[in-house]
Design a binder for this molecule. Structure first.
Ligand code: NCD
Length: 377
C-alpha cells in the first residue's frame, strides 16, 4: 500500500505535490478548515488512507464505496465468494481500540475484518492497558502501530483520531487510522453507512438527489448528524430539516457548512408538522453521556420528538425511518415491523460499507470488481 499522499499529480501542466501529513507541522495542520484537511487523509491515487472526517469524501468516492459494498454483499452469498474475500487481507492485522461504549460499530468493524480475513486485536477498556500505569493515549496508540496494520478507534476526545493520524504519519511505521466516533464532532463511517442506506432505499426513485431528510433529537451533540449532514451536501437539491427542542438544536458549525454549500435547510421545533414532508426521518437519542454534573438533558422534555406508531399514518408511503441506534424511546417498537422502518437494515449495511472501506484503503477494490465481473455479472 502506498503511504498517504505519495504520488505527484499534474494540474494544467504544473506538477503539484499532494498534501502529505508528514510534510506539515501539527500546529499548521490543526488550524486548517475541515475541507482543507481532507486531502491530507487520502492516498496519492485519491483513495482514503486515514478515515477521519466526512469532509474527506467526494461524490465519486461515495459512489464507488456504495457500489463496492453491494458487490461484496453479493459475493458473500456463496462459500466460494466468502473464501475469496477472506483471502484478500489474510496477511494483515487490525486493532480495534474502543475506549467508549459501542455495540454496532465495534461488531460491524469486527465482522468486516473477518470477512476480509484480517486478524483482529482489541482494547475495549483502557483499565486493562498500560494507560493505568500512566502511559499517554498517544504512546498507547503508537504501540498498537508496532503490532497491527490498521487501527479503528473510538474515543470521547474530540480531534484525537485526527491527532493520531498526523502523529502516526510522522513515524517510521505509518498505518491507517479509522475514526469510529470522536467526541461530539465526527462519526464518518456511520455517515457512510447512512448514505449507503439512503442510496439503496431511493435507488428506484431517482436516488438521494432532491430528497428531504429530517434529523430529529439531540442534534447539538449527535456526531452522526454532523457527519451525515455534510455528506448530504454532495447530492443535488437535498433539503435538510433539523427538528429538536431549543437546547438540543443543531450547532452553527453544521448550518455554516450548509450555507457554504448553498444547501436548502430549515430549523424547526414542530415534529408533527415536518413529518409529512420527509423522504427520510433520521431519529437520534439524547446523548446524555455529554451532560455536565447538572444533568441538564434530564430537564428537557423530548417526548414530543418520539416517533410513535400513530405517526406512520402521517408519513409518505416511500418515507424511510432511520436511527444510528441504540434507541431508547425515540422509536416505538410497534414501528419495527413497518416496511419503512429501515434501522435494522441500516445496521447491517454498516458491515458491508465498512468492509468496502477497508478493502479500498488496502487497495483490494479492483480485485473485488474483477471477481464480481467474472463470477456474478
Ligand atoms: C452512535 C454513536 O456512538 O455515536 N451510535 C452508533 O455508532 N451506531 C450514536 C449513539 O450512540 O447514539
Amino acid at each position: 500500500m502506498m503511504p498517504a499522499g505519495v504520488a505527484l499529480g499534474t494540474i494544467r501542466g504544473d506538477t503539484m505535490r499532494r498534501a502529505r501529513l508528514d510534510q506539515i507541522p501539527w500546529a499548521d495542520f490543526h488550524k486548517l478548515p475541515l475541507q482543507k484537511k481532507g486531502p491530507y487523509f487520502q492516498q496519492g491515487d485519491g483513495r482514503p488512507y486515514h478515515v477521519i472526517i466526512a469532509q474527506q469524501f467526494e461524490r465519486d468516492g461515495l459512489d464507488q464505496l456504495c457500489q463496492l459494498a453491494t458487490r461484496i454483499r453479493r459475493i458473500a452469498k456463496s462459500k466460494q465468494g466468502m473464501e475469496f474475500l477472506a483471502s484478500l487481507l489474510s496477511h494483515k492485522r487490525a486493532m480495534l481500540d474502543f475506549s467508549q461504549p459501542s455495540t454496532r460499530t465495534f461488531l460491524s468493524f469486527y465482522a468486516a475484518c473477518q470477512i476480509l480475513g484480517l486478524r483482529v486485536g482489541e482494547v475495549r477498556d483502557p483499565a486493562t492497558s498500560s494507560e493505568m500505569k500512566g502511559e499517554s493515549r498517544e504512546d498507547s496508540v503508537r504501540t498498537f502501530s508496532s503490532y497491527f496494520d490498521m487501527i479503528v478507534m473510538r474515543t470521547p476526545q474530540q480531534g484525537f483520531a485526527e491527532r493520531m493520524a498526523w502523529l502516526l504519519s510522522n513515524t517510521e511505521r505509518p498505518i491507517p487510522i479509522i475514526n469510529a466516533g470522536s467526541g461530539k464532532d465526527q462519526h464518518p463511517t456511520q455517515a457512510l453507512l447512512d448514505i449507503y442506506t439512503l442510496q439503496r432505499s431511493f435507488e428506484k426513485v431517482g436516488g438521494i438527489e432532491g430528497k428531504t431528510v429530517v434529523f430529529v433529537g439531540d442534534l447539538a451533540r449527535g456526531r452522526t448528524v454532523r457527519s451525515l449532514s455534510y455528506l448530504l451536501t454532495k447530492y443535488a437539491n437535498v433539503t435538510q430539516y433539523f427538528v429538536a427542542p431549543e437546547p438540543l438544536q443543531v450547532g452553527q458549525d453544521v448550518l455554516q457548512q450548509l450555507d457554504a454549500a448553498r444547501v436548502n435547510y430549515h430549523v424547526s421545533r414542530d415534529f408533527e408538522a415536518v413529518l409529512p414532508l420527509a423522504d427520510a426521518i433520521y431519529m437520534t437519542r439524547i446523548q446524555d453521556e455529554w451532560d455536565t454534573e447538572a444533568a441538564e438533558s434530564k430537564r428537557i422534555d423530548i417526548s414530543q420528538y418520539y416517533f410513535k406508531a400513530e405517526h406512520l399514518k402521517q408519513i409518505k408511503m416511500g418515507t424511510i425511518i432511520m436511527h444510528p441506534l441504540p434507541r431508547r424511546q425515540e422509536i416505538d417498537v410497534a414501528v419495527d415491523h413497518d416496511p419503512r422502518a429501515m434501522y435494522w437494515r441500516q445496521m447491517r449495511n454498516g458491515m458491508w460499507i465498512r468492509t468496502a472501506l477497508i478493502a479500498t484503503i488496502f487497495g483490494r477494490d479492483q480485485e473485488i470488481a474483477s471477481y464480481y465481473q467474472i463470477n456474478l455479472k
